[in-house]
Design a binder for this molecule. Structure first.
Ligand SMILES: [Mn+2]
Length: 441
């Protein structure tokens, strides 16, 4: 058995144990985990790009096959009902034959009716996990996504198994290759669209295989936090590139951002300062650290950078107190990462549910939990020149604390974000992204 096979075996055993425990605690007999349906477009014979549900991907490294089901029962091998239609319009997915399949009873089914027939006659004590297809209405399911089952499972997903860490490391390595190619295309004067193509080609992925829409922003577009356009035209001048692009490997995502200066040494110094702040924040990632404290520390760190760069006129502490730091860093410092790029349960208080509130004045933070070994998080401080936020600050008491000529001079660069993925270890963290960049260098 290879290391990976052994890791998958341990992962499957851990999932089985978590499901058995949670089923027993919530009073359900079994769980039916769905891969998801193809979603048709209104009055069209086309469908939305398919994305497999996260809980299905947790069990099976299958990201592209709709209408599969996994029946999880205590004390039994999970049953994978693999959707294999008889079809000459599309190529049916081949029956999976990886070493992981030995942990399943595997049955090919041509459609959902056949899948239902392969399941026990009564599903009255079975909980369905996923967005159910219309056919499931007549299956006599006990419940669909009951919170008493789903919430504890989601909560536990923050802690990754060694298998999952291996998947996440692999996703980081592909992303690093893509980022290197993207940076080279930018330095050669490419458009946003061309830089995106360079990223995809180096990763060996098509766009719909990415875990989220890549942000490829030249110049001022870097100030749009989730910039969605890929402009085909070449700007008159290249100033900067902000690229936030990740990949996935067997359903596990990477989420990586880098910012580059084209020729401007002053902006490059500012990137280096944000990068240094980011590394100091990464050093705070360890078991027991409260993510809300790390978020607040990131505001002091970015305010310090802004202060030293002459962007703000007040002390870093005052900048955080008065909300000036939020003008330049409006988003959360990071989030859980895994089967979803913004993974579930970031705010969840206990396995049973509830929310840990965000710090006042920080409405966009996606993670408020205390870190544990096995958590994988992103660390993504930024410093942006965002017109609507600057306009607000210009109109209130914060105006006097900002060096407006300096801000005006930097506006053409849009903004800076540096984002790495970190796995929390027993004593600190492993930086999956920096290791990946070093490995592909
Ligand atoms: Mn992110």
């Amino acid at each position: 058995m290879t290391d990976l096979q052994a890791e998958y075996a341990a992962h499957a055993a851990s999932l089985q144990q978590r499901f058995e425990h949670t089923l027993a605690a919530s009073g359900w007999q079994s769980a039916l985990v769905y891969s998801g349906s193809l979603t048709p477009i209104f009055r069209d014979d086309q469908t939305q790009p398919f994305r497999a549900h996260a809980w299905f991907k947790a069990w099976a490294p299958l990201t592209g096959v709709p209408d599969c089901l996994i029946h999880v029962q205590p004390g039994a091998k999970p049953l994978l009902l693999f959707h294999q239609p008889t079809d000459f319009w599309y190529e049916p997915a081949p029956l999976p034959d990886g070493p992981w399949t030995r942990h399943f009873d595997l049955l090919a089914v041509p459609d959902l009716t056949a899948a239902r027939s392969a399941l026990p006659r009564s599903l009255a004590r079975t909980a369905f996990i996923g967005e159910p297809p219309a056919e499931a209405e007549s299956w006599g399911l006990g419940a669909i996504n009951p919170p008493e089952l789903l919430l504890p499972l989601d909560y536990g997903r923050a802690v990754k198994t060694p298998y999952e860490l291996t998947m996440l490391r692999a996703a980081s390595r592909t992303a690093a290759s893509g980022h290197r190619a993207a940076a080279a295309a930018f330095q050669a004067g490419a458009t946003e669209y061309e830089i995106h193509l360079a990223f995809l080609a180096a990763c060996g992925l098509r766009e719909q295989e990415l875990p989220y829409n890549a942000i490829v922003a030249l110049n001022e577009a870097g100030a749009v936090l989730h910039y969605q356009n890929l402009r085909r035209h070449r700007p008159a001048l290249h100033h900067s590139l902000l690229i936030d692009a990740g990949t996935q490997f067997n359903g596990y995502a990477s989420d990586v951002t880098r910012t580059w200066s084209f020729r401007d040494p002053d902006f490059r110094d500012l990137i280096d300062a944000v990068d240094a702040a980011q590394q100091q924040l990464c050093a705070q990632v360890r078991p027991g650290a409260d993510w809300r404290d790390i978020h607040l520390a990131s505001h002091r760190a970015i305010a310090q950078v802004a202060h030293e760069a002459g962007i703000i006129r007040c002390s870093p502490d005052q900048a955080v107190e008065c909300g000036v730091s939020s003008v330049f860093l409006p988003h959360g410092i990071g989030h859980l990462l895994g089967l979803q790029v913004h993974d579930v349960a970031g705010l969840q208080k206990t396995p049973e549910g509830g929310d840990i509130p965000r710090p006042a004045g920080h409405p966009y933070l996606r993670l408020t939990r205390v870190l544990e070994p096995g958590f994988v998080v992103t660390m993504e401080p930024g410093l942006y020149f965002i017109e609507p936020l600057l306009a607000q600050a210009r109109g209130d008491a914060r105006a006097a604390l900002i060096n407006w000529p300096r801000v005006e001079a930097l506006r053409r660069f849009g903004g800076i974000r540096i984002e790495d993925n970190l796995a929390v270890t027993a004593t600190g963290s492993e930086n999956l992204t920096r290791e990946a960049f070093a490995a592909v260098a």
